[in-house]
Ligand binder design. Sequence first.
Ligand code: SF4
Ligand code: SF4
Length: 451
Amino acid sequence: MDSWTIIACIILLFPTVFLAYALIQSAMELEIRATKRLGLVLFFWLVILAVIIFGIGQAGRNYFLVFLALMFLAGTVILLFPWPEGKLGWTRGKPDRVDERNIMFSRAELIPGSERYNSYYKEFPDHKAADDNFRKFDGFLKPGSYFYNPWLFGAANAGFYTVESLRSRTDGPVSSTKQDVDPEQITKFVTSWAREMGCHSIGVTPLLKHHLYTIGGRQHNYGEPVKNTHSNAIAFTVEMDFQRVRSAPRGPIIMESAAQYLKSGTIAVQIAAFIRTLGYDARAHIDGKYQVRCPEVAKDAGLGELGRMSILMTPDLGPRVRIGVVTTDLPLQTNSHKQDTALLKFCQICKKCAEACPSQAISHKDPENVGGTTQWIINQEACYTYWCKAGTDCGKCIAVCPFSHPDNLLHSIVRSFIKLSPLFRRFALMMDDWLYGRKPAEKDLPEWMKL
Ligand code: SF4
Ligand code: SF4
């Protein structure tokens, strides 16, 4: 073999090893369709190599190996080259503040015929028709819904019941002895401790006006103006289990949501309690007892972007997270939000969530300008109505998102190339559709979850 042929063989090792690794990783992720397709590609690739190496004479073999290696190199350079592209050009003002009474969880808590119910629809008559519609169905976590399963729904209810017990501990007395703290050191302590407790990512932002609801809408603060004078907000994410999310919209997704609301709630309550022992006020914001809009806070704390689904998209786990927030007076080192243009541009072309959404609640269009900021808005009434039919919190959009794949070497490589090259972004989307399906089928329940 001449030296060019040896170099060509070394170069061709890369796609071979990568294909084999992708195949093994897909099998470990229980992605049957991707495993079969990668198996086929690897098989044909090995056949081509075998024919070249063993089936033709030495001169032809050397020529074809060098040719194949050059083709591979040229393709890689073209795909990964950071081709110039237009700016995103989105306006990035402060979003409008939101009245919590208008979110679906608050509206779902209104009891027909009650004083609160009557006064709400007098003030917001436009919401009446949509809300009458979701009330026709069996309801969230109720028997009779599409995916009713007494064990899975019971387990989810048990999780939410336990979260409820944390609601009395979101705030509390502050120690009268205020400790002097160095913002850098205390931020490092809190964030490291939070990671040790199971956070996936964590950041700090100054608490801004638009983070706070204008008027409370849940049982603890209905109709009261939201007052919070804290200077900072700590936002963190916890990971949702990939296999349970991939079974969406069936029972495991709601079990997983309850489990992660509980986990994030437990972490937030502990962080807030710790800060109060230092002599600084702090409040945990947990499921059912928020004063803040968590996705907005998390975005400004540098944890991700608000994508097409209008929820937080993190760089490593996409939307497959739940968020916890603690607001406080404690002096902390803050992070800044750096726009993830590649992720938003990927969202512009992908639209997988919009196509898979059973209620067509997600927009297929470009984002809109709302309150001085460009963002995607989902139809929350359509989404919640589907939840009332399904009995779960659906999560199909989270399950199909190409950014929801596990955070391992394979998907990290793909995500870093998506950041790098606009051409690779399109290639990655094409491959995601081919390997997992444009509308990936939901995963079967594990044996122990089957009745
Ligand atoms: S599925 Fe696609 S369009 Fe939807 S949020 Fe994920 S990346 Fe964006
Ligand atoms: S949770 Fe389900 S219904 Fe709601 S937007 Fe996502 S896919 Fe659509």
